[in-house]
Design a protein around this ligand. Structure first.
Ligand code: 3H9
Length: 702
C-alpha cells in the first residue's frame, strides 16, 4: 500500500484513509493506493463495508493539478472511480473541508456520502479550463438533476453541505471524529441490510425537469457571459450526454470532451494562473518563519474614495479601523460615503443589515493624529504629492507607537523618499490598493530599501487577512502595474494618432479578452489623472521619448472622461455606454489607413511585455508570474491568456522580439528592446524560466 493511503480492517469494516498533505490531491500515489485498498477490501471475506476518510484539513481537493500536461501514469482517476463504484461491498465517504473536483468524483463513486456541516462540495474544473473528467458530469445530474449539475459544473462554485444534502448529493450531515462518524454510518447500513447503491445507476433526478430547455438556456448564458472560453460549452455538452446516453457511453463522451480541454492552450494558461497566484505569496529571501506583528487596530489617513475603500476592507474582516480627515466636514463626508457603500450592498442583497451594522461599529472617525497612538498599522491614502505625504508621515512618526507599521498607498511616488520622512524607515512599506479598494483583490506590497523583513512579512499576512492577492514589488515609478500601464496607454493613444478609432482599439483588446479597452478605462478613471502622471514624467524624459498629446488636447477642452460626459468617448447623462465623440474625431487624422486588429494587439500587448521584461530584469518583480498575477487581478487581463508574460512565452519570445525591433526602428526610443527579452529570445528560453532572486539586490543580474 502506498504511504499516501492507509488501510486497516477493523470489526468487519475496511477503513481507508487518504493522507497526502496539503490538500490530499489525487496524485499517482493516492490513485494507486486507493485502487489497491478497494481490491483488498473486495477480496477480504472479513470485510463487509468500507469507510473512506481523509486526514488533515480536507477531503481530497481534486486531481493533482501539477500532473496535467505530463505523461499520464496508470491507474487513471476514471479507472479508480469505476472500481470503487463497481465494488460489491457498500462504501461510505466522509467529507470535510473542500471535497472538490476529482475528490468529489471519488466520493460520488462511493455508495453513500456523509459530510461535516461546514464542508464545501464542488466541481471547480472549469476554473482551470477543464471539465470534471472522472464521472462528475454523469453522476451529478443523475443524483441532483440537470439544473443543479449545470449550476455547479459551469460556474465551478462550491456549495455547502446542507445544500448538497437538499439536492441528494450527500445522505446526511455528521459531526465529531470523521472516521467514527463513518463507522457509525456503515454499521447502520449493515444493520438495516442496505447494500450497494451506485450513483451511476440512479435515474430519478434526471427525469425531474425539462432538461433540453435547461441546457439550451445555459448555452445561451455561457455564450453571452464568457464568449471566449473553451471549457464551459464543453461542460454543458458533457451534462447533455448524461441526459441522452447510458452511463458507460456518457463517460466515454465526458472523456473525449475532457481530453479536448486538457489539450487547449486555455487550460495551460488557467493552471499557470492558479499556481502563479500561490507562488506570489512566496517572497524571495524572506524565511517562511519570519515573525509577523500582531494587528488588532488600524487607521487610514484620507477619506477620499480610496481611503474609505481601504477602511472598509478592514471593517469587512473584523478589524477596528479609524479614519482620519483634516476637518469635521471632510470626515462626515467620508463616513457618509462608507455608510452609502454598505447601504447599497444591503440594497443589492449582498450584505445583511446586521452585517452592515456590525461593520460600521468597527469604523470610527477622527481629525486628531494623537488618536492614532495605539494603532498597529496606518495606511496613508492622501493626495499623490510628495509634500503632502511628508506632512502625514512626519506626524505619524511623532504619534505612532514603536512597532506600528506605517504604510503608504502611493501608486507612483518614491516609497524610499516617503520612508525617509520618518525616523523609522524599516517600519515603512507600500500597500498599493486598487480602486475600488473594497472590491478589487489585488494588493501591490511595495518593499522599500529599508523595509524590514518583519514588516514585509506582516504586510503579506495582513493582505491575506484582508482577503487580497498580495504581490511584492520593488520601488520604481508606477511599481509593476502602473509602470506597464503607462506604455500600454501611451501606445493605444499613438494608434489613434495614426488613424485608428477608439472603438477599434478597444474592440481589438476586448476581443482578445480584456475586461475593458484601454481608452474606455481611461475615461472611467479620469483623463486628468493620466495627464497629471504624464506631466510629472515629461521633464524627466530625454527628447527622443516623445509623448502623444491627445490627452492634453482633450483635457484642455474640458473633456476629462465619464465624469464630464466626454473623453475618448461621449456619454449620455447618467449612462456609461461609450458613444463616438465627434470632438475627438476632429482631432484625429482623416483618411489615414487604420491599423488592423493584429497590429493593434501587437502594439499594445508587446508594449506591456517589453516593459514587463525591464521590470523583471531590474528586480522590481520577483518573477514573471508575479507580473501575470498583477495583470490578471488588477487590470482585467483575461485569465485564459495566463497574463502578459505567460502570453509572451506562448507566442514565443523570438517572435515578440522581432516585432519589438521592428517597432523600435519605425516608432523610436520607447520601443528599445528590453535586454532580458533579447537575452532570453537568443537562448530560446521563456520568461517563466527566469527568476530574479532577491529583489533590490540584483541590479547586475543577469
Ligand atoms: C480535477 O480534479 C480533474 C478531475 O475532474 C478529472 C481528472 C481525470 N493539485 O490554495 P492553497 C496546493 S482538476 C495540486 O494555498 P487554501 C497549492 O498549490 C482539480 N496542488 O490553500 C498550495 O501549494 P503550495 C480540481 C494543489 O486552503 C497548497 O496546495 N480541484 C491542488 O487557500 C495549498 O493550496 C481544484 O481545482 C491540486 N488540486 O485552498 C481545487 N490544490 O503550498 C484547487 C491545492 O506549495 N484548489 N494545491 O503553494 C483549491 O481550490 C484550493 O487549493 C483549496 C485550498 C480550496 C483546495
Amino acid at each position: 500500500m502506498s504511504m499516501a493511503v492507509r488501510y486497516v480492517v477493523q470489526d468487519e469494516l475496511a477503513l481507508i484513509t487518504v493522507d497526502n498533505p496539503p490538500v490530499n490531491a489525487l496524485g499517482h500515489a493516492v490513485r494507486s493506493g486507493l485502487l489497491q485498498a478497494i481490491s483488498d477490501a473486495e477480496g477480504d471475506p472479513a470485510v463487509r463495508a468500507i469507510v473512506l476518510t481523509c486526514a488533515g484539513r480536507t477531503f481530497m481537493a481534486g486531481a493533482d493539478i501539477k500532473e496535467f500536461g505530463l505523461p499520464p501514469q496508470e491507474p487513471s482517476l476514471p479507472v479508480v472511480v469505476q472500481r470503487i463504484e463497481d465494488c460489491s461491498k457498500p462504501s461510505v465517504a466522509v467529507l470535510h473541508g473542500t471535497a472538490l473536483g476529482g475528490g468529489l468524483e471519488v466520493a460520488l463513486s462511493c455508495h453513500y456520502r456523509i459530510a461535516r456541516q461546514d464542508a464545501q462540495i464542488g466541481l471547480p474544473e472549469v476554473k482551470i479550463g477543464l471539465l470534471p473528467g472522472a464521472g462528475g458530469t454523469q453522476r451529478v445530474p443523475r443524483l441532483a438533476g440537470v439544473a443543479k449539475a449545470l449550476e455547479m459544473i459551469v460556474s465551478g462554485a462550491p456549495i455547502g453541505a446542507p445544500d448538497a444534502l437538499a439536492h441528494g448529493l450527500i445522505d446526511e450531515l455528521c459531526e465529531g471524529d470523521l472516521q467514527q462518524a463513518g463507522i457509525n454510518f456503515a454499521r447502520r447500513l449493515l444493520k438495516d441490510g442496505r447494500g450497494v447503491r451506485r450513483s451511476g445507476e440512479q435515474t430519478a433526478a434526471l427525469a425531474q425537469g425539462d432538461n433540453a430547455a435547461l441546457i439550451q438556456a445555459k448555452r445561451a448564458e455561457v455564450h453571452t457571459r464568457s464568449p471566449g472560453l473553451f471549457s464551459p460549452p464543453r461542460c454543458i455538452d458533457a451534462v447533455e450526454a448524461a441526459t441522452q446516453l447510458p452511463l458507460a457511453q456518457g463517460l466515454v463522451r465526458e472523456r473525449e470532451l475532457f481530453q479536448q480541454c486538457l489539450e487547449s492552450p486555455q487550460r495551460a494558461a488557467l493552471i499557470h494562473a492558479f499556481f502563479a497566484e500561490r507562488q506570489a505569496a512566496k517572497v524571495n529571501g524572506l524565511a517562511a518563519d519570519t515573525p509577523t506583528r500582531n494587528i488588532e487596530q488600524a487607521a487610514v489617513i484620507g477619506g477620499g474614495t480610496m481611503g474609505v475603500g481601504i477602511a472598509l476592507c478592514f471593517a469587512n474582516v473584523g478589524i477596528p479601523v479609524k479614519l482620519l480627515e483634516v476637518d469635521g466636514q471632510a470626515l462626515d463626508r467620508a463616513l457618509q460615503r462608507a455608510r452609502d457603500t454598505y447601504a447599497s450592498s444591503v440594497k443589492r442583497g449582498s450584505l445583511s443589515q446586521a452585517g452592515m451594522d456590525q461593520r460600521l461599529a468597527l469604523l470610527s472617525g477622527t481629525t486628531q493624529y494623537s488618536d492614532l497612538a495605539q494603532v498597529d498599522v496606518v495606511i496613508e491614502a492622501v493626495f499623490e504629492e510628495l509634500g503632502v505625504k511628508r506632512q502625514v508621515f512626519e506626524q505619524l512618526d511623532k504619534v505612532c507607537k514603536p512597532g506600528a507599521i506605517l504604510a503608504s498607498n502611493t501608486s507612483t511616488l518614491d516609497l524610499n523618499a516617503i520612508a525617509a520622512f520618518t525616523g523609522r524607515p524599516e517600519d515603512v512599506v507600500g500597500l498599493h490598493f486598487f480602486s475600488p479598494a473594497n472590491v478589487m483583490r489585488l494588493l501591490e506590497v511595495v518593499r522599500g530599501q529599508q523595509t524590514s523583513d518583519t514588516v514585509l512579512a506582516s504586510a503579506m499576512a495582513l493582505g491575506k487577512r484582508l482577503k487580497k492577492i498580495s504581490v511584492v514589488v520593488g520601488v520604481c515609478d508606477g511599481f509593476v502595474g502602473n509602470r506597464m500601464l503607462f506604455q500600454y496607454g501611451r501606445e493605444s493613444e499613438c494608434l489613434l494618432e495614426e488613424g485608428a478609432r477608439p472603438e477599434q482599439v478597444d474592440g481589438a483588446l476586448q476581443g482578445f479578452g480584456m475586461a475593458m479597452g484601454p481608452l474606455a478605462v481611461r475615461d472611467l478613471s479620469g483623463l486628468d489623472i493620466g495627464l497629471a502622471i504624464r506631466n510629472r514624467k515629461r521633464p524627466t524624459l530625454a527628447p527622443e521619448y516623445a509623448l502623444p498629446n491627445l490627452l492634453d488636447q482633450l483635457c484642455a477642452a474640458g473633456m476629462l472622461g465619464q465624469k464630464t460626459g466626454a473623453g475618448f468617448y461621449r456619454y449620455e447623462a447618467g449612462s456609461r455606454t461609450p458613444l463616438p465623440n465627434p470632438a475627438l474625431l476632429e482631432l484625429l487624422p482623416q483618411g489615414a489607413t487604420a491599423p488592423s486588429t493584429e497590429q493593434i494587439l501587437e502594439r499594445t500587448l508587446y508594449a506591456l511585455i517589453n516593459e514587463g521584461a525591464k521590470i523583471l530584469q531590474e528586480g522590481i518583480a520577483q518573477r514573471a508570474s508575479d507580473i501575470d498575477v498583477i495583470y490578471l487581478n488588477g487590470y482585467g487581463f483575461p485569465a485564459f491568456r495566463g497574463g502578459p508574460m505567460f502570453y509572451a512565452d506562448q507566442v514565443g519570445l523570438a517572435t515578440v522580439l522581432a516585432k519589438v525591433r521592428e517597432f523600435h526602428q519605425r516608432l523610436g526610443a520607447w520601443w528599445q528592446p528590453a535586454p532580458l527579452l533579447e537575452q532570453l529570445a537568443a537562448q530560446g528560453r521563456t520568461f517563466s524560466e527566469w527568476e530574479t532572486g532577491d529583489m533590490n539586490n540584483n541590479k547586475d543580474k543577469p
